[in-house]
Ligand binder design. Structure first.
Ligand code: NAP
Ligand code: MG
Length: 499
């Protein structure tokens, strides 16, 4: 309790930046317009932020292009680039707690998660990619004696990065760190609901020594600032995380402008499978609960479709429900809180609408799905359903909130059929003690990440992205992420010609 109060005081004291960052300087939107960001846990107005539009995006792109073309960053000595990004990682660590408090306030996410993501993972991403810079080699192709052929990677140019609100600074880091490491210049648009932590990045990057124009941060609305990035003829690639609907718009904008490649990380409807031979341990129950409720279920890889072999159903349901009953919903700045506020009142109502739909379609609500009476924040208690059927809306559509649904199956083959019966393909968890079965399911599931006997999306080192409608061929994280920001050139040198 004392710590919660200390966090509240510290959070209220964190300096808020509301302006855009273009060409190494803070600035207001050209139009002078602003939009409000609120604290989801109280509904309080936090700040009025620059509502940038096409004119601001264009100015940012011109700065990004200028510095890309003059080579200050894109063609500098790899060690120099590494040193700047390592300094940025250090500065992010130094300001980690302050940024975590700001993130928690602006997004409603728990301070525990924000400290892990913002103070710990975000700097680690910059460090990890920085360290790859002077250890990346190009290739030489096999040729006969009359030629020498090099296959080289080059930064693609100006990258537009558009990120969602559920992991605001972490999603930005997932894209910024590899984009900057390759030598690209970037234009970043944070989500309108959670712009504040990204807006502090500009000054830290400048302090680290990033040349003006390499990083530009454009707060604004999706339809204006986001669309202007998607349509800009001088942006060379777009990397996007968000909804399938906006992903489709971005493909359209690219087709209608300069046919830039668009990397998409979209939503999911991920299954959590408990096979016949699994053991129902405490760690399995913890994984099941976290898979559905971590970040209040506002997670694209949330495993809300929990497919349980009948043999385990009774024990699994009882233990999951008991664990969910112990989850603390409330003030995100209290370190004891497990589930903070949902990001907006509209989103909370949308999730509550799914809870109502589940009940009216005949699923049994075991507990939760309620707002906190008398609390002005955007809270919803974790909802547990039994008797989910594959054709129900709550079994097919992405909810993106604290809802867990159990489906009972009579065989492992039926579990597999049910798991793949979805348009999405981001993630799946499988619990089994049988190594053969683990491999068979890992290969059979059409998803970008399969976790066996854990709920984990992997690490910095492992690529993350979706099969089917969960994304495009691009991947965030791992060395694979660099591919979004690079193109491949062949240099063919004729030998022995009489030049
Ligand atoms: P969203 O509406 O798609 O927004 C994502 C970003 O796109 C925001 O910055 C948004 O700006 C921007 N945007 C909106 N309309 C746009 C337009 N017409 N042109 C260009 N940009 C536009 O998604 P969200 O509601 O923020 O986030 C929830 C969704 O993200 C869920 O569906 C979830 O599955 C998905 N998600 C996926 C992953 C993944 O890695 N696969 C990770 C996290 C979230 P404004 O916010 O300013 O409007
Ligand atoms: Mg906010």
């Amino acid at each position: 309790m004392i710590e919660a109060e200390q966090n509240r005081l510290a959070a209220a004291a964190v300096r808020i930046e509301t302006r855009a960052w273009i060409d190494g300087e803070v600035c207001h939107a050209a139009s002078g317009e602003t939009f409000a960001t609120v604290a989801p846990s109280t509904g309080d107005h936090l700040a009025d932020v620059a509502a940038c539009g096409p004119e601001d995006v264009d100015r940012a792109v011109r700065a990004a292009r200028r510095v890309f073309d003059d080579g200050t960053w894109s063609r500098c000595d790899p060690t120099d680039r590494k040193v700047v990004l390592l300094r940025l990682a250090d500065l992010l660590r130094k300001h980690g707690d302050e940024l975590a408090l700001l993130e928690s306030r602006d997004s409603g996410k728990t301070i525990r998660d924000c400290r892990n993501e913002v103070a710990h993972e975000v700097p680690n991403f910059f460090q990890w990619y920085a360290e790859t810079i002077d250890k990346s080699f190009d290739r030489i192709a096999p040729t006969g004696p009359t030629a020498f052929a090099a296959i080289v990677k080059e930064p693609i140019g100006v990258a537009g990065l558009i990120v969602p609100w559920n992991f605001p600074l972490l999603m930005a880091a997932w894209k910024l760190a590899p984009a900057l490491a390759t030598g690209c210049s970037v234009v970043l648009k944070p989500a309108e609901q959670t712009p504040l932590t990204a807006l502090r990045l500009g000054e830290l990057a400048a302090e680290a020594g990033l040349p003006p124009g390499v990083l530009n941060i454009i707060p604004g609305l999706g339809e204006t600032a986001g669309q202007a990035i998607g349509r800009h003829p001088d942006i060379d690639t777009v990397s996007f995380t968000g909804s399938g609907e906006v992903g489709a718009y971005l493909l359209g904008y690219a087709a209608q402008s300069n046919r830039k490649p668009v990397g998409l990380e979209l939503g999911g409807k991920s299954p959590f499978l408990v096979l016949e031979d699994a053991r129902i341990t405490d760690s399995l129950i913890e994984a099941a609960v976290m898979a559905a409720f971590w970040n209040g279920g506002q997670n694209c890889s949330a495993n809300m479709r929990q497919i349980i072999h009948r043999h385990h159903h009774e024990e699994f349901a009882a233990r999951v429900t008991a664990r969910v009953a112990s989850l603390v919903v409330g003030d995100p700045l209290d370190p004891a809180t497990d589930i903070g506020a949902l990001v907006t009142a509209e989103h909370r109502d949308r999730v509550a609408g799914y809870v109502a739909a589940g009940r009216s379609e005949g699923a049994r609500l075991v507990r939760g799905g309620e707002t906190l009476q008398g609390n002005p924040g955007f809270f919803l208690t974790p909802a547990v359903f039994e008797g989910l059927k594959p054709d129900m809306r709550i079994a097919r559509e992405e909810i993106f909130g604290p809802v867990l649904g159990m489906m009972v199956v009579d065989s492992d083959d039926e579990a597999l059929r049910m798991a793949v019966d979805t348009d999405f393909g981001l993630h799946a968890s499988v619990f089994t003690r049988d190594l053969d079965k683990a491999f068979r399911f890992a290969r059979a599931l059409p998803v970008g990440t399969v976790s066996v006997n854990s709920f984990s999306e992997g690490s910095i080192a492992t690529p993350f992205g979706g099969y089917r409608r969960s994304g495009s061929l691009s991947r965030d994280n791992g060395l694979e992420a660099m591919a979004q920001y690079q193109q491949t050139k062949t240099v063919w040198i004729g030998l022995g010609a009489d030049q």
